[in-house]
Design a protein around this ligand. Structure first.
Ligand SMILES: Cc1cc2nc3c(=O)[nH]c(=O)nc-3n(C[C@H](O)[C@H](O)[C@H](O)COP(=O)(O)OP(=O)(O)OC[C@H]3O[C@@H](n4cnc5c(N)ncnc54)[C@H](O)[C@@H]3O)c2cc1C
Length: 298
């Protein structure tokens, strides 16, 4: 790989070629930005190892980003920014060991679709599935779960490029100490190139969402947690109101919201109208208590 830096060069896939001078980087929420010296889009673990070695020769730090969904500056860098766009895809589904091995830059939503086609699923997820698998596990992304833990807990093996450009594989049997640390490595323990997750047969969750008073949620929390595979609640400040969510595995049949009902609930109310309410509250803080009351009832 050449060490030259050529601004704006693109490859056949439209992806940036190695050593491209970088534009400013922003995270998804837009609250963190940085200006990397250059950015790279390696297409293989070998190319990535070369990127890391070259950065070391140039005295630069390396940071790999996922989809930038972290709200903190954890993915920001003024060194070499490694983009994951060409490190994507499913490497292997192993039905005997019930595992899937996936390239580190694969978005969770793509992994989920690929697994569902095989009748398989991860055991647990966070709220969204936009993140890359490596970004999600590196920060300990988690959902709720009485019996199941975070996404990182589902990892059975990892492949990563270390700071000296070596490609290392690790699991509970191979390099176990590195494995333990790299599962939630915060992007500080090398660049993950592939992850092997445990999978299980795909299953159906039945969701029940219900308003509940804050006093009732806190009084009954132990029982709500014990009786449900997944229980969570959101409290609306300035009110006594909470929104509760219960998700439990069920035999079906599946009864998803219709397209219109789903759009009204997820897009119009939860995103559109709620975003308007948040913007109004930011602009005119004294109306926040009233807005919270209306929002919690809606
Ligand atoms: C709308 C929204 C909803 C969310 N919901 C949840 C939730 O329900 N539960 C929860 O726990 N979190 C949640 N998060 C947080 C999110 O899951 C984490 O911030 C996650 O790390 C984002 O993944 P990413 O791919 O965007 O990684 P980035 O934010 O881009 O990077 C995160 C870290 O991972 C490192 N990293 C990325 N790729 C690699 C790699 N290949 N090798 C080594 N390190 C790497 C980066 O260097 C950085 O340190 C949410 C965030 C948003 C914006």
């Amino acid at each position: 790989m050449s060490g030259t830096t050529t601004a704006g060069r693109t490859g056949p896939t439209g992806a940036r070629r190695p050593g491209t001078a970088s534009a400013p980087w922003r995270n998804w929420a837009g609250n963190v930005s940085s200006r990397p010296v250059r950015e790279e889009s390696p297409a293989s673990a070998e190319e990535l190892a070369e990127v890391v070695r070259r950065a070391a020769e140039d005295g630069l730090r390396v940071k790999t980003v996922g989809t930038g969904h972290s709200f903190t500056a954890i993915a920001a860098t003024d060194g070499v920014l490694v983009r994951p766009g060409l490190l994507t895809g499913i490497r292997r589904v192993d039905r005997e060991s019930m595992t899937v091995t996936v390239e580190s830059g694969t978005p969770l939503k793509r992994l989920n679709v690929a697994l569902a086609r095989e009748g398989l699923s991860l055991t647990n997820m966070g709220d969204i599935m936009e993140q890359t698998v490596a970004g999600a596990v590196s920060t300990g992304t988690h959902g709720t779960g009485r019996d199941s833990a975070s996404i990182a807990a589902q990892i059975r093996g990892l492949e990563l490029v270390t700071a000296d450009g070596r490609l290392l594989t690790c699991s509970e049997k191979e390099n176990p100490e590195i494995f333990a640390a790299a599962r939630i490595g915060l992007g500080a323990l090398g660049v993950i190139t592939a992850i092997t997750f445990a999978v299980e047969p795909v299953f159906l969750l039945t969701a029940r969402e219900e308003p509940m008073s804050f006093d009732r949620v806190t009084a009954e929390f132990d029982a709500l947690h014990a009786e449900n595979e997944h229980f969570e609640f959101y409290w609306f400040p300035h009110t006594d109101n909470c929104n509760t969510k219960r998700n439990n595995r069920s035999a079906g049949p599946a009864a998803p919201l219709g397209r219109v009902g789903g759009w009204i609930e997820d897009e119009l109310l939860s995103n559109g109208v709620f975003q308007l309410a948040c913007s109004l509250g930011r602009a005119v803080p004294p109306v926040i208590p009233a807005l919270a009351k209306v929002s919690s009832r809606a």
